[in-house]
Design a protein. Structure first.
Length: 147
């Protein structure tokens, strides 16, 4: 891992859901290089090396971004829009992991270039399995382009 690269960026404002996601990823040894942002503005600063992350290389090492839609400061759709609009970050897979089943959110996410849209299961065991499967797929099975 070069220069403290992060494999997974989790953008989730609900502390309980963030903890469950991280715990599930840890159980499968997928959380060693994870960064958690609890709002869209901080996530964008992290991705683009701004603010408190000044000097961080844009998108450094990110293999997947797990993105909630309902976020404080900057909502998830705006975060997705900025990631996919920038040539330096548009190749990073973004998975929306949200409780929203709203058709307008699903359509808007895909129009902006989301790689996958997953509605969070309500039951803990289902949620934990979904997160583990998601992490395993994007970390080990997905083949990104060489940049």
């Amino acid at each position: 891992m070069a220069n403290g690269d992060i494999d997974i960026l989790l953008v989730e404002d609900n502390p309980h859901e963030a903890e469950l996601t991280i715990r599930s990823l840890k159980k499968h040894n997928l959380a060693n290089n994870l960064h958690h942002s609890d709002n869209g503005e901080e996530a964008l600063d992290f991705i683009f090396g701004r603010g408190q992350y000044e000097g961080r290389k844009v998108g450094a090492g990110l293999k997947v971004i797990l993105l909630d839609l309902k976020l404080p400061k900057v909502d998830g759709l705006e975060v997705l829009k900025q990631i996919k609009a920038d040539d330096r970050t548009k190749q990073i897979p973004v998975v929306v992991l949200t409780s929203s089943k709203e058709e307008q959110d699903i359509v808007a996410s895909y129009k902006l270039g989301v790689n996958s849209y997953i509605v969070k299961p309500v039951q803990f065991e289902s949620f934990a399995k979904a997160v583990a499967d998601l992490g395993l797929y994007w970390m080990f099975h997905n083949q990104p382009p060489l940049l």
